[in-house]
Write a protein that binds this ligand. Structure first.
Ligand code: SER
Length: 317
């Protein structure tokens, strides 16, 4: 019987992952935690507790007391926000990971998911169809912390047998909980502004291509990776995960097809420099081969659903 702990259940990924896991493993077997309150459905459909992953003692107690067997650690400061508080972001992102790695080593919660990101790549990485194994010289705090985290995860697998699993998420697009402080967040904001105002000022240039993925695909694939037999995993760092690549201009065009009259202006800010160091598209053939990564949403299908759901959420459906 699996008992699963989700750290960061109030966030963009966690608030959807908890519900998906509860459907599979049963409401009572998926423990949601965060340092803030999650959406009502997360709070009401199963156990929720305020828990700070930076507090190692409490974390370990929680894991032992509840006989946790798997942990999803989604707590992180995203790329844009991390550049504003470099040392704190490093402390938070690394300590959160190290605490869950150590808790896994010291308990029965041996299976650990921790998200890496396309931010592990940098300005010297090949930008197109970026391979799994390539030059990696990230120059953002977030990217450095994610690359270091991948190395630590693999280390804990090799040295202590912690069943560490990870993917390099592309930008994640969703309507339930908004992301905060990421470089790819324009691709979420744009839908809210399209519905609210019919116009959007984008903080990236129109031709900045980045890899993106719709949340449902991201969740399905994350669970798939966690459920696959360990014999299928040829990698114990983090798998490239590509999804769909597009530019702000291409996304704006898709929105315009459904919302004629929608306009976008471009006013790049400091996040442009971050995006310029990330891949335009990545090669995820190893994930496809090892554990069957697949996606169902292209830009068209994703745009239609986002507009519909965001309109419903804002009471304009
Ligand atoms: N979406 C994240 C960000 O922009 C990248 O992992 O920070």
């Amino acid at each position: 019987m699996e008992k699963i702990l989700v750290i960061g259940s109030a966030g963009q990924i966690g608030s959807e992952l908890v519900l998906a896991l509860r459907k599979i493993y049963g409401n009572d077997n998926v423990f949601a935690t965060d340092i803030k309150n999650p959406p009502q459905d997360v709070k009401k459909s199963g156990p929720f507790q305020i828990l700070d992953v930076l507090d190692f003692k409490n974390l370990l107690h929680f894991i032992v007391r509840n006989k946790i067997t798997q942990v999803y650690n989604l707590a992180a400061v995203l790329s844009g926000n991390a550049e504003k508080i470099p040392l704190q972001a490093w402390d938070i992102n690394m300590k959160a990971l190290m605490n869950t790695l150590e808790a896994a080593r010291q308990s029965d919660a041996k299976k650990l998911f921790w998200p890496s990101s396309i931010a592990v790549f940098g300005p010297t990485t090949p930008r197109h169809n970026t391979p799994q194994l390539t030059v990696m010289e990230p120059n953002t705090v977030y990217g450095i912390s994610k690359l270091a985290g991948e190395r630590w995860g693999e280390y804990y697998f090799n040295r202590y047998g912690v069943d560490f699993r990870s993917v390099r998420y592309p930008g994640l697009i969703s309507y339930k909980t908004e992301p905060g402080g990421g470089t790819t967040d324009y691709a979420v904001e744009i839908f809210y502004e399209a519905v609210r105002k019919g116009k959007y000022e984008c903080f990236l240039k129109e031709d900045t291509a980045l890899p993106m993925m719709f949340m449902e695909d991201a969740i399905d694939n994350t669970i798939k990776l966690m459920e696959t037999g360990p014999e299928n995993l040829s990698l114990r760092s983090a798998y490239n995960m590509a999804g769909i690549s597009f530019t702000p201009e291409e996304l704006a065009e898709e929105i315009k097809k459904l919302k004629p009259g929608f306009t976008v202006t471009y006013k790049p800010d400091f996040r442009q420099a971050i995006a310029d160091t990330w891949p335009a598209g990545i090669d995820d053939s190893i994930a496809q081969r090892d554990w069957g990564l697949t996606t169902h949403y292209d830009i068209k299908k994703m745009t239609a659903l986002m507009l519909e759901k965001v309109a419903e959420k804002l009471g304009k459906g």
